[in-house]
Design a protein around this ligand. Structure first.
Ligand SMILES: Cc1cc2nc3c(=O)[nH]c(=O)nc-3n(C[C@H](O)[C@H](O)[C@H](O)COP(=O)(O)OP(=O)(O)OC[C@H]3O[C@@H](n4cnc5c(N)ncnc54)[C@H](O)[C@@H]3O)c2cc1C
Length: 462
């Protein structure tokens, strides 16, 4: 009997029939994540209902040295949740209980399979706010958000997932359960082990429960679209907002190619500004419209802002945000996107864009590369639409583009992944951003937590 079948047979003792899927009974959503990097039917998918079952499954897998891959909502974009045909998936879908909202501590305790949107809604109903927000909110799970240290639009104001996790419960590769379910803001009792699991992409342990920190809801936001003569003027506006008003809840920058393409794809939409400009920013800020108008007028006079529009109502605000959201959504749904997620010190992002764009144009003159992103967090996204490429050229072109982009990131001493993680897609380039000693320490950490290398093997590094 194969090792995989032995695992499944031993799990049948404590898992019900509907908690095990094999062969064609496996839903195709377990074959790949949003990267669509590879589509593979795993050997089996197991659906534990509680921490004890996760622990039992892992202790069997560890004993038999069977590789397992944790899966959440499969909205990841780094290929980190994709399992091989001889691997067993542990899907957290059936662990989706919101256990408690503590109004005094301002915390929510949840099982790992609760979706981000369910957490946001429950917080809102309790008069509170969970600030982490990503496009995949309806499907991605809190366990996946923790395992990827998710970012998103509001990081500039509220921080990444790490900032909102007070405690976790995690099952180690050998089945031991670490209870790190802290609710306190202050806790200096030795090493803060939970931090090792946040952003570890399921390679060190499986997150089964979490204590999330909730915030006070923001008051009314002003949404504004501005145009600039150059990138650094956009950065200057951000710093002026922070100094004179407050840190915006989101601050997104787009270059003109991106802006024009977005407008052309938005139905019934004309340019809200009077003409085209080199660089644009769209932002939400919790500030009175009059103070915002005064600040913009100052920068208008110095020529740092060339044009601006402030949304007068919710519908207009949504329409402005569509300019930022349309391109990635459209390319993802109709084509083959290649999306990068890099970070550099904010002041260097404008020069990075020029160098990177020039190199891409030189090596791939038929492809359009679009630059945009969470610039307030020093995070640049680059997206290319590869749908017109013949299938047999796809892999070599993708590798060529990776080498160009990550090569420029390396020259600028930036990071190859700002928020999406390493997974499979960026594994070969991790050493561009992480030195040898640090990489070796990461390997030693993996060895400590998972000596048999059963947990999501070959992700992040080989
Ligand atoms: C439209 C869209 C927009 C997005 N925008 C953003 C964005 O702005 N910022 C951003 O950061 N991300 C973004 N993402 C990516 C994605 O939503 C996040 O990476 C999300 O946190 C992944 O959660 P998931 O549950 O889908 O995880 P999965 O994709 O299922 O898994 C991701 C990784 O986490 C591991 N994992 C999953 N659950 C657990 C668990 N319980 N314990 C241990 N490991 C686990 C998996 O093994 C894998 O390594 C976007 C995705 C989409 C589709």
């Amino acid at each position: 009997m194969s090792t995989q079948l032995q695992v499944v047979e031993r799990c049948r003792v404590f898992l019900a029939e509907q908690q095990i899927a094999m062969g064609d009974a496996i839903n195709i959503r377990h074959y790949t994540d949003w990267s669509n990097y590879k589509r593979i039917q795993p050997y089996a998918v197991l659906f534990p209902k509680n921490t004890e079952q996760v622990s039992q499954i892992l202790s069997i897998c560890n004993e038999l040295k069977q590789a397992v891959v944790p899966q959440g909502g499969m909205t990841g974009v780094a290929g980190a949740g994709i399992a091989n045909a001889d691997e067993i998936v542990i899907a957290l879908d059936k662990m989706h209980k919101i256990e408690e909202i503590d109004q005094y501590a301002s915390t929510m305790t949840v099982q790992a399979g609760v979706t981000l949107e369910e957490v946001q809604n429950a917080a809102r109903q309790a008069g509170l706010f969970f600030p982490v927000d990503v496009g995949g909110r309806g499907s991605c799970q809190i366990g996946g958000n923790i395992a990827t240290n998710a970012g998103g639009l509001s990081v500039i104001r509220y921080g990444m997932m790490r900032e909102h996790v007070l405690g976790i419960e995690v099952v180690l590769a050998d089945g031991r359960v670490l209870n790190l379910m802290n609710k306190m803001i202050k806790n200096n009792a030795g090493y803060d082990l939970k931090q090792n699991f946040i952003g570890s992409e399921g390679t060190l342990g499986i997150v089964t429960r979490a204590v999330l920190k909730l915030s006070a809801p923001p008051s009314e936001l002003s949404t504004c679209l501005c145009a600039f003569p150059d990138f650094l003027s956009a950065v200057h506006l951000l710093r002026r907002l922070q100094k004179n008003l407050t840190t915006p809840n989101a601050f997104e920058v787009m270059w003109d190619e991106y802006y024009q393409l977005s407008l052309s794809w938005m139905q019934n939409s004309s340019n809200p500004l009077t003409q085209s400009y080199p660089v644009y920013a769209i932002f939400d800020v919790e500030a009175p419209a009059e103070s915002l108008e005064n600040l913009l007028a100052d920068m208008f006079e110095t020529g740092e802002i060339l044009d601006a529009v402030i949304a007068q109502n919710q519908a207009q605000a949504q329409q402005l945000w569509l300019i930022r959201e349309t391109v990635p959504a459209e390319i993802s749904s109709t084509g083959r996107p290649l999306c990068f997620d890099v970070s550099l010190p904010i002041g260097e992002l404008g020069e990075f864009k020029e160098v990177c764009q020039a190199r891409l144009d030189q090596h791939f003159p038929d492809l359009v590369s679009l630059f945009f992103g969470h610039i307030g967090d020093s995070n640049m996204h680059i997206i290319l639409d590869l749908k017109h490429l013949p299938e047999d050229q796809l892999e070599s072109v993708m590798t060529g583009i990776d080498e160009v982009v990550y090569g420029v990131v390396r020259e600028f001493k930036g990071c190859i992944s700002a928020e999406h993680g390493i997974g499979l897609l960026k594994r070969d380039y991790l050493h561009y951003s992480v030195d040898e000693n640090t990489l070796n320490m990461m390997r030693q950490l993996k060895q400590l937590f998972d000596p048999n290398k059963i947990l999501n093997p070959n992700k992040i590094f080989k």
